[in-house]
Design a protein around this ligand. Structure first.
Ligand SMILES: [Zn+2]
Ligand SMILES: [Zn+2]
Length: 745
């Protein structure tokens, strides 16, 4: 058969995952001559072959590729015949715009695990063992292409043995950028509570400290964890006190699935997720009280498996679960270097440090499974940055700034969107710096220049200020302001590549509405071009504005005033009891005059109000507390729902609250409250023959999600991006609303 030269281009996640050695191995199987190299767009192969072998070769590329690779496209073209003597992996070409995907950080692979625990291997107990199938990626990359010089591994000069592996196309460590060993790679160091070096005889020293109940800051992949023995009540209590974290749940890291099963019930899907290469924290149902102090208010416990060789060595030796929580100052991003960590002085007793820099901070991912669907609460390590392929092409390059809480940012070009990992809340100078750094990182990695800036309509969000700065600096020409809940819905549409108009329910905390009120109980007909708000929860007042978001009793009190006006002073229920008579009277005045009492339709706040009326929670110690407490009270055997009104696009919830007040059993009241929300959705959705999309932070509530899916099994929820504000940036990118040109002077 006639030999021709073919050029094959492969795009997707194909760098840093052992793709070129895989291609090399295939070339040996099919006896092909040619070359393979990385480019900023992916991988390019030149081969001399006939059409039949080419077909087999292409099929093998598509179906046998390495575990960590994911192929987006394979294209080939015939070229003029060129002579190649053999098959070679050649140096990276760095020309053209970067579109290749950045590989995420993944957990240690089974082969490295075997070597780690093999006393004859030269990397026996080496805490940074890695290969092309596993280990750090995103967290150490400065820029693409993914080569060692573009990562924080550039400071480590390979020893002869490592270099041999690195240069051998048939070795599992061929071009494994983070490769190293005891001789040449990163090393551990133990520091005391003021970050001074202290005596360290290896992993056992640290394990001994854990056994003594010490709290240790352990440097991981995308930041530090605070860790202690999860079964040592005193250690856990000390950590709570030092971190001033009264009741918010902590996650725990366990040796393996067997150990996980000692603490939680795990179904097949959850087990798969726990042991997946991404190793997220999976929220599970606890089956014992042995670690109750990790989750004092909830029957759910966050569990994850070790994802670095270091974690594995610690747990292998300790044989007990470790409490593991991100080391960060309240409201600030995860600490990624010692300087940051020092701000937590007094919280940890020791620091297990290493000398490989974390370039890009990245938290642990958090998710749970409901009705066999994955719901992402936080998308970060292992999954991020995430690439979403759109069902259409974007006309311009869009930078989306996300929202103010649980922020992520996104860049959109061509028919794809890259969503950053979870960044966090934008309340402090440090978090703003971290946020801006994340924008730069994505822009650098993808050589991306924004033409349009997309952001939330809220006039006081930090993101709005940043948008204005960018527009003023003329770095970006035009803007689009995207309504918060519209963005929530669009994010799901983009993830699922939906192209038809949908009926959407956005149940959320609060987001700025088109009428200036704080929306969050919205029913919308949406497509990419816009939305129609067909119904919403009737407005109620948030007494004290932002304060009401942390104090459910304020929301409940305003609703009581709606129902009973001055008669509230004489009422005796958990909400009124939580105020003094004097307070009740003074709040009634501000309520009547509407001073610092913005209107809201938020279902998140409705949960708060119900929690206060039932005496479950008046002031929250962490976000989402009222929802967690109500979940706990739900009883599946309780039937029926409460009254509500629906007239003229408004859903009147006052009858619902009256019914709750007259209910003596908290469990019955809570359960019927959940059923009522489903009933409301049912009633509003009834006349429409459109797909039902659910989005917004309230859909992190597993009881509500489960009940809605019982009623509407075909309802569409996001599975890749979070239903909370972590998904907003994706929605902002794809909104096809008119952009305003700001710099046409
Ligand atoms: Zn490996
Ligand atoms: Zn070495």
């Amino acid at each position: 058969m006639e030999l021709c030269t073919y050029k094959i281009r492969i795009t997707g996640t194909v760098q840093g995952v052992g793709f070129r050695p895989f291609v090399y191995a295939l070339s040996q199987r099919y006896v092909l001559q040619g070359t393979v190299c990385n480019t900023p767009q992916g991988v390019v192969i030149f081969v001399n072959t006939d059409t039949i072998t080419l077909k087999q070769f292409l099929i093998a590329l598509e179906y046998e590729h390495p575990l960590l690779a994911s192929i987006q496209s394979i294209e080939h073209e015939e070229l003029d015949y060129t002579v190649f003597e053999d098959f070679k992996i050649i140096k990276t070409e760095d020309t053209g715009a970067v579109t290749a995907n950045i590989p995420p950080d993944v957990s240690i692979c089974s082969e490295c695990e075997k070597e780690l625990l093999d006393s004859k291997n030269r990397r026996f107990k080496y805490p940074f063992i890695t290969c092309t199938h596993c280990g750090v990626r995103y967290s150490i990359i400065n820029t693409l292409p993914y080569d060692r010089v573009n990562t924080s591994m550039k400071f480590f000069k390979m020893c002869i043995l490592c270099e041999e592996e690195y240069n051998n196309p048939l070795d599992r460590r061929y071009h494994a950028q983070p490769i190293g060993c005891f001789e040449c790679g990163p090393q551990l160091q133990l520091l005391d509570n003021v970050c001074e070096s202290t005596s360290f005889l290896g992993i056992q020293t640290v394990v001994d400290l854990f056994q003594q109940g010490k709290i240790i800051a352990v440097k991981g992949v995308g930041g530090y964890h605070l860790m202690c023995d999860a079964r040592n009540e005193k250690a856990v209590e000390t950590l709570r006190k030092r971190k001033k974290r009264v009741s918010k749940p902590f996650a725990m890291m366990v040796r393996d699935i067997q150990m996980a099963k000692e603490y939680a019930s795990i179904n097949e899907k959850e087990s798969e997720l726990l042991s997946s290469k991404e190793r997220p924290i999976v929220i599970l149902s606890a089956n014992t009280d042995k670690t109750k102090n990790l989750h004092p208010q909830s029957s759910k416990v966050g569990v994850f498996l070790p994802y670095t060789p270091l974690h594995l060595l610690l747990l292998e030796s300790l044989q007990r679960p470790l409490l593991a929580t991100s080391a960060n100052v309240v409201d600030e991003p995860i600490c990624t270097n010692l300087e940051d960590l020092k701000k937590l002085e007094g919280v940890y007793d020791y620091v297990l440090e290493h000398n490989r820099d974390i370039v890009n901070g990245c938290d642990d991912s958090v998710l749970f499974v409901v009705k066999n669907q994955t719901l992402m609460l936080r998308r970060a390590r292992g999954y991020a940055p995430v690439q979403v392929k759109l069902p259409f092409k974007l006309e311009k390059n869009v930078l989306a700034l996300g929202a103010n809480q649980k922020t992520t940012i996104a860049i959109g070009f061509d028919n794809q969107v890259i969503l950053s990992p979870h960044i966090g809340d934008l309340h402090t100078i440090n978090s703003m710096d971290y946020y801006k750094k994340n924008i730069k990182t994505l822009e650098n990695m993808y050589s991306f220049t924004p033409e349009v800036i997309a952001y939330d309509k809220h006039p006081h969000y930090e993101t709005t200020k940043i948008a204005q700065e960018l527009l003023a600096s003329k770095k970006v020409q035009s803007e689009k302001k995207v309504q918060h809940h519209f963005a929530h819905v669009l994010a799901v549409m983009a993830e699922k590549a939906l192209t038809k108009k949908v009926f959407a329910v956005a149940f959320d905390g609060t987001g700025f509405g088109d009428d200036g009120n704080l929306w969050g109980g919205e029913f919308m007909l949406c497509d990419y071009d816009g939305y129609e708000r067909i119904a919403h929860i009737a407005y109620f007042k948030l007494l004290g504005g932002a304060k009401a978001i942390k104090e459910p009793k304020r929301v409940a009190l305003a609703l009581l005033f709606d129902l009973y006006a001055e008669k509230v002073f004489a009422l005796n229920n958990p909400t009124t009891q939580s105020f003094s008579q004097k307070e009740l009277r003074s709040y009634f005045l501000t309520y009547k005059k509407g001073i610092n009492a913005p209107l809201s339709s938020s279902v998140g706040r409705l949960f708060d109000a119900v929690a206060s009326l039932l005496g479950v929670c008046h002031v929250m110690s962490y976000e989402g507390e009222s929802g967690i407490l109500l979940e706990e009270l739900y009883d599946a055997s309780v039937q029926g729902h409460y009254r509500f009104g629906y007239e003229n696009t408004k859903i009147d919830i006052l009858p619902l609250l009256e019914d709750i007040l007259s209910e003596s059993d908290v469990v019955v009241a809570t359960s019927k409250f959940f059923h009522t929300l489903v009933k409301i959705i049912e009633l509003v959705y009834e006349p429409y023959d459109l797909d039902l999309v659910l989005s917004g932070g309230v859909f992190q509530n597993r009881v509500l999600v489960s009940l809605v899916l019982d009623k509407f099994p075909q309802a569409i929820l996001p599975n890749i991006i979070p239903p909370n504000d972590g998904g907003i940036a994706l929605g902002q990118v794809v909104a096809r609303i008119n952009t305003e040109d700001k710099n046409n002077d």
